[in-house]
Design a protein around this ligand. Structure first.
Ligand code: ZN
Length: 63
């Protein structure tokens, strides 16, 4: 449901860490999305990114 608006530009992506990657994408969105940044609102994109981050964390724990 969440659309990708462009390539995720992670600067320190030397480590193959999906948790870090998804977390960075989530934080980056918060910083760029006025409703999320100012009001702490979880817009659809933020919700999708947060879910991806959670999944990555769960996968990391399960591994
Ligand atoms: Zn947002």
């Amino acid at each position: 449901m969440a659309e990708r608006t462009g390539p995720v530009d992670t600067q320190d992506s030397d480590a193959d860490d999906p948790v870090q990657d998804t977390y960075s994408a989530f934080i980056k969105h918060i910083q760029q999305c006025p409703p999320c940044r100012k009001d702490g609102a979880d817009c659809d994109t933020a919700a999708g990114l947060r879910q991806a981050w959670r999944k990555a964390k769960d996968a990391a724990v399960a591994a």
